[in-house]
Design a protein around this ligand. Structure first.
Ligand code: ARG
Length: 466
């Protein structure tokens, strides 16, 4: 009978009296996307087989056949010779059935003492651990770019903003190091998440553990896991680690969207603070003058999909009863896309940093235009002339109003003019009214003084070598 024929290929065929609907087969399969984990699946299977051999369930010959067979399968996959089968549902079944085709009955012994439930949980953790290490390296490369820029632009003066209104002058290097600090926290979050990713669920089997005398610590050691999961029900169903990773990624993308927004603003004709290298921009098909900052715009936009994936995963896990449910198969696409998006965005940013050109004259002039040393004048009146801060605030307000009327910066007013607002002002005032004086005066850890930027650069370099 044709049904029986079909069912021979079907998992646990003896249980079924009817073939799976062709659409349902396709609908429930995951091979289309979980094939990405082929390497981790093979790595996990080899470790499992070694453990089975150690405890006497497989013999040495069987182990060798399994290792050779899996090695051949990996080579075939990497040579593009493997046609994946929807009938085999997922990466685990596809590989196992190929192994059985290759080495016969020994292939069927590999699944002893495990289930796809603990197998898939192991594979995702191995996959994510590998990706976390790649992402950490990209994060570091971006941080190195920022430190390099901070050092190069330690003395470059630009306006610092609050409410996107010119507030006080800052150094460009200081601004770069603000981004560096955000990434430092992202790195910490990622490393913390890695600890929980690096837990071995294999041995949980379907949900309750297994009757075979397995040695989970040995498998963990072979696969480089720091610890093993301590409850089989939780082991097969825990996806917290994917949620945590995606939360890290969402926060990182939020940071990158902030950098992006500033790069977009700064490269506009209105700001002109920086020049983005042409290779990171595109032109317009209709407006010949345009040079669009596509890369930062796209990264800014991509933050949205990662936020979405975080919400997907949280919702996927919400209210799920123990233990494994087929719902969990839906964890992979959001996770994979999060990994791809983060890697792509970091790569683009890390490549862009060393090529970012700062237009120092423009940033300097912009800092001058917005009365950015007004606070310095107020501080001068308090510190050098004994005024109460609120009174000095009032005096400076009058001086600024005058500057707005006459089109002058505070540093461009004559001493007599300044004295008309407060007669105690003397000519040492000009030291604090200059942009250089203003930034140099903020000379404490965390401040914007060029000295402090250079000291922070040294600390950052030391941090990056650890
Ligand atoms: N394809 C499944 C997944 O990604 C593998 C585990 C399936 N287990 C099961 N008993 N149906 O989650």
């Amino acid at each position: 009978m044709s049904n029986n024929q079909h069912n021979q290929e079907k998992l646990s065929s003896a249980r079924f009296s009817e073939a799976t609907d062709a659409f349902v087969e396709e609908f429930t399969a995951s091979i289309q996307f979980d094939k990405r984990m082929y390497k981790q699946d093979i790595q996990g299977s080899i470790a499992h087989a070694k453990m089975l051999t150690k405890v006497g369930i497989l013999n040495e010959q069987e182990l060798q056949d399994i290792i050779d067979g899996l090695g051949k399968i990996q080579a075939d996959i990497e040579a593009g010779k493997v046609a994946w089968s929807i009938k085999q549902e997922d990466i685990h079944m596809n590989i196992e059935s190929r192994l059985t085709d290759l080495i016969g009955i020994t292939g069927k012994k590999l699944h002893t003492g495990r289930s796809r439930n603990d197998q898939v949980a192991t594979d995702i953790r191995l996959y994510l651990r590998d990706e976390i290490d790649l992402i950490s390296a990209e994060l570091k490369r971006l941080q190195q770019g920022l430190v390099m820029l901070a050092e190069r632009e330690a003395d470059t003066i630009m306006p610092g903003f609050t409410h996107l209104q010119t507030a006080q002058p800052v150094t460009f290097g200081h601004h770069m190091l603000a981004w560096f600090e955000m990434l430092k926290r992202d790195v910490e979050r990622l490393q913390d998440c890695r600890k929980r990713v690096n837990t071995l669920p294999l041995g949980s089997a379907a949900l309750a553990g297994t009757t075979y005398p397995i040695d989970r610590f040995y498998t963990a050691e072979l696969l480089g896991f720091d610890r093993i999961s301590e409850n089989s029900l939780d082991g097969v169903s825990d996806r917290d680690f994917a949620i945590e990773f995606t939360a890290f990624a969402a926060t990182l993308m939020m940071h990158l969207s902030r950098f992006s927004e500033e790069l977009v603003l700064w490269s506009s004709a209105q700001f002109q603070f920086i020049d983005l290298p042409d290779r990171f921009c595109t032109g317009s098909s209709i407006m010949p003058q345009k040079k669009n900052p596509d890369v930062p715009e796209l990264v800014r936009g991509k933050s949205g999909r990662v936020y979405g994936h975080l919400m997907s995963l949280l919702t996927l896990m919400k209210s799920q009863p123990l233990a494994y449910n087929k719902d969990n198969q839906e964890d992979k696409e959001p996770l994979f896309d999060t990994v791809d998006t983060v890697k792509g965005s970091l790569r683009a940013f890390a490549d862009m940093m060393p090529a970012l050109m700062v237009k120092r004259d423009v940033t300097y002039e912009a800092a001058k235009r917005g009365f950015s040393t007004a606070t310095d004048l107020a501080d001068y009146l308090v510190r050098n002339k004994g005024l109460a801060f609120r009174d000095s605030h009032e005096v400076v307000g009058l001086a600024v109003a005058h500057g707005v009327k006459t089109g002058q910066d505070l540093s461009e007013m004559s001493l007599e003019t300044l004295q008309s607002f407060c007669e105690q002002i003397t000519d040492d005032v000009f030291e604090v009214l200059t942009l250089e004086g203003s930034v140099a005066a903020r000379d404490h850890i965390g401040g914007t003084a060029p000295n402090q930027v250079r000291a922070a650069v040294e600390r950052a370099k030391a941090y990056l070598t650890t």
